[in-house]
Structures are given as C-alpha cells and as structure tokens.
Design a protein around this ligand. Structure first.
Ligand code: EPS
Length: 376
C-alpha cells in the first residue's frame, strides 16, 4: 500500500493517488472533510486558511460508499489559484527548501521550488491518513492527536495521568491550540500573540496516541519492517518536523534498566498489561499492545515578517530573505498531519501482517490471530 501526491501551493489543486488500499472499507467523505478542516484550523494560522475551504473530491476507487480495491484518486481544488501571477523569488528563506532546491534543480526562480515545498501539500497527507483511519476504525483501532508544547510552553508529563481517550478528545476539540489543558491553551495563545506582534513564528511539540493495535504488528527481523522506524520516517517526512520520539524517547537515555522498562503482568480479566508505557507501545520494532505514543518537534515556520539575512542567488550579493504571507504558528495543524502519517504507517504495517485485499478477510485474519495466540 502506498500513496503519491502532486500539486503546487497556488496551482489549480492538489492530487492524491492511493494504490493497494483494501476493498470494502466504508468511506464517509464527511469524516475526511472534518480532518481537512482540523488541518486548516488552530490559533496562529495565516491568511491563506481564510481563503481556502479544503474539501475532498474523490475521483476513483470508491463506489457505493465503499472502496473497491482499485487505486483511489482524490483532489482538493485551490481557491487561491494564482500561480501565474505570483512574483519571482530570488532570495531564499533560511530554514526552507528554497536554497538547496534551487541549486539541486537548477532553477533561478525560487518560486519553482517553493510552490511544491509548501506545507499546503500536507492536505493530501491528511486525506491519505483519513483513509487509513477509516480502515483502522473497522479493526477497533483509534487515535488522538494533541499539542504538547508551543513556543516553550509545555503541558507537563504528569498533567495527563489517568486521562481517558474520550476526555482528551473532548478537551482537545475545545482548545484553539488543540492542547487538552484549558490553562496551558491560554498561555500558548498569548505566546502566539506575542510572536505575531514581533512578526515572528513559533514551533512546538505534538503528540499522537494510537490505541487498539494488536500485539506483533511490525517486525524485528529486518530494519525496514520495524514499525517504530516506519513511524519515524512517516513523521519526519512532515515539513518542519525536526525530531521524533517514541514513548519516553530521549528521556529513556537518562533512566536505568530497572526503571526504563515496562514490567509485564497478566490477569484473566485484563489479559497482558503494564503499569507504565515508557516504550510507547513498541518493543523490538513491534506493537506490544499498549498505546503507541509518538511525539514530534516542529521548528518555527521559516517565513518570518522581519526577514533573516540571505543572498540574491543570481549574484551572491547580500539581501533579505523572501517575506510572503505566513503562519505565526502551525503546530496545531502539524498535530493533524503527524496523526495522519502515523495512521498511515500503522495501516501499512497491519496490511503487511494480515493482508490487504479485502476488509472482511483482514478482519477474520485479525480475529483468528487473536484466538490462536495464547493470552491474547
Ligand atoms: C499552507 C498554505 C500556504 C502557507 C503554508 C501552508 O499558503 P500561502 O503560501 O498561500 O500563504 O500558509 O505554507 C508554509 C507554512 C510554508 O512554509 O510553505 C497550508 O495550506 O497548509
């Protein structure tokens, strides 16, 4: 199962092809549109999101409300379709694809690079992730994404102890910055206001939990089949993401073996369980039945109102970097994109283990597996 995207930020639209998606998965277009709207939302977004109203148009692969097993084709049309009128760009923004892209593709006009490197492409990732979500929901697997930090304001680890997924969902949906704590949300919003006043931008940290993945998805026997490695690649592919952690991640390096690992217990009622989840639901590159927990660090958006030093790539003379319309903070949007990419990586790994042709076959394979493994 794979997907490809195409499209420019200010072109006619963005395109997605998903190849190898299971047949008979019910498709609710409104759920996809809700995910697209979540990506456009969040305090700190710029002017473009006031223009666009991203909605999916499915062109193939779905009939009678269900996938058919054929390639899925989908588009989002841009309202701001102004690519022919956009000014030429010669001064690369530090932190963006501008400089390396222009040199690599031998383009004097950086517009030819940034139109594709723009994070607008992530609308297509969200659609791919929504399809993965619709498939995983059929297997009882669900996810939640939220914002852990913006501009150095953190939701502390302990703040989420004993929170149910439902409570998280409710509080995240009520927050303008997709952070479950109302108090921290307000502080984050004030940070964003301050950055906006200073014509600056802010990054942060997003977090995704995926619940219900059966034990043993992913594989330790080859490097590229490890589910943690696939998640890391999927998440790192999101523009502006500079760090990925699974579970306690970097913090594990500070612990000893006795405290780092999640002791194993069993009871007839609960089955196999743990009291801690430092491993973030992954051991040996495989799911271990606990929540899969992925955290990602997003750098501040590279376009800033008071531009950094740069050069004119035609001459090498000093110049200020390009300033265009920009988001002060896109961390809430990034939580939606990172969630989509995690759902995609898990869906691919599920198909690797249980088959990918047809939903009923996959469901039966999962049930048989659970029945045939002791203690599952
Ligand atoms: C984006 C649309 C873009 C940017 C942003 C993401 O719109 P415009 O360039 O017309 O303002 O707001 O792109 C970037 C953050 C970037 O660095 O390229 C979107 O729809 O997500």
């Amino acid at each position: 199962m794979r997907f490809l995207t195409a499209g420019f930020s200010h072109g006619k639209g963005l395109m997605l092809i998903i190849d190898g998606f299971p047949a008979n998965v019910p498709v609710d277009e409104e759920l996809i549109n809700i995910d697209l709207a979540r990506r456009q939302a969040g305090y700190g977004r710029g002017g473009r999101q006031k223009i666009e109203m991203d909605r999916v148009e499915i062109l193939s692969g779905v009939l009678g409300g269900k996938t058919t097993g054929s390639p899925i084709g989908a588009v989002v049309w841009n309202r701001d379709y102004s690519i022919d009128k956009m000014p030429d760009v010669f001064c690369p923004r530090p932190g963006h694809a501008d400089l390396a892209g222009a040199i690599k593709y031998n383009q004097e006009n950086i517009r030819n690079i940034l139109e594709r490197a723009s994070a607008r492409e992530t609308a297509m990732r969200v659609i791919a992730g929504s399809f993965a979500r619709l498939f995983l929901m059929e297997l009882g697997i669900k996810s939640i994404a939220f914002v852990r930090a913006i501009g150095g304001v953190y939701l502390e680890e302990g703040d989420l102890d004993d929170w149910s997924m439902e409570m998280l969902e409710r509080t995240v949906s009520l927050s303008d910055v997709f952070c479950p704590s109302p108090e921290k949300s307000e502080i984050m919003k004030r940070q964003i206001d301050k950055a906006r006043e200073a014509s600056d931008t802010l990054g942060g940290v997003v977090e995704v939990w995926i619940r219900g993945v059966p034990i043993g998805v992913g594989d330790f026997t080859q490097w590229n089949r490890r589910l943690d490695a696939r998640l890391a690649q999927a998440v790192m592919s999101v523009p502006a993401i500079k760090g990925v952690e699974i579970g306690t991640g970097f913090g594990l390096g500070d612990l000893t073996g006795k405290t780092a690992h999640d002791a194993i217990y069993f009871s007839q009622g609960k089955g196999i369980y743990r009291h801690t989840n430092n491993a973030g639901g992954l051991e040996g590159g495989m799911s271990n039945g606990e929540d899969i927990v992925v955290r990602a660090a997003m750098k501040p958006i590279a376009t800033v109102g008071q531009p950094l030093d740069s050069i004119d790539i035609r001459t090498g003379t000093s110049a200020k970097a390009l300033v265009e319309r920009f988001d002060t903070c896109a961390v809430p949007a990034a939580s939606v994109v990172v969630e989509a990419m995690c759902l995609w990586a898990v869906a691919v790994a599920i198909c690797d283990k249980f088959g990918r042709d047809e939903l009923g076959d996959i469901k039966r394979a999962v049930e048989d597996y659970k029945k045939n493994r002791r203690m599952l």
